[in-house]
Each structure stands twice: as C-alpha cells, then as structure tokens.
Write a new protein. Structure first.
Length: 88
C-alpha cells in the first residue's frame, strides 16, 4: 500500500491511464473532478474489456440474438471506443 494516492482527471486519455498503471505498477486509478472529488475508478480490467470489444468485429450479430436493448448496445459501443477516463 502507498501513502500518496495517484489520481487522474476525467479527460486523461486511455494511453495516459495505461502508462500510469504500468509505470506505477498499480491496477487501478481513482478518477477525480477538478475539486478532487472521486467520480469513478478506472482499472486494468476496463482497458482489457475495451481492447477486447474493439477487436471483436462479429459481436454485433450475436447481440441481435441476445436481444440487448438499444441503450445497452449504445453504452457498450461507447465504452469500446472510449478515448478518455470519463468514457471508460
């Protein structure tokens, strides 16, 4: 455990998040607003799921059969293409 908590803002890029996680040897980062208030957490798992979603080119047709709502499909699409911490 560390005494100084490393945080990021919601506009931090996915690339920045990955670099911090690797360089600091940690598995997650708190996301804080401009007032330092916690608004979320981004983890290695979020980045892995994002990479898996981007790499899966055929899942759209499977989604038809699972009867996912348009809202759920839209959220999954947004998360798959997220470019910053706010969207992950």
């Amino acid at each position: 455990m560390v005494t100084k908590v490393i945080t990021i803002g919601p506009e931090a890029s996915v690339h920045e998040v990955a670099n911090i996680l690797l360089s600091q040897r940690i598995s997650a980062l708190p996301v804080v607003n401009k007032h330092g208030e916690l608004i979320g957490i981004i983890s290695e798992g979020d980045l892995v799921r994002r990479a898996n979603n981007i790499g899966d080119r055929h899942s759209w047709w499977l989604d038809i059969f699972t009867r996912k709502s348009k809202e759920v499909l839209a959220l999954e699409y947004t998360l798959a293409l997220a470019t910053n911490a706010r969207l992950c």
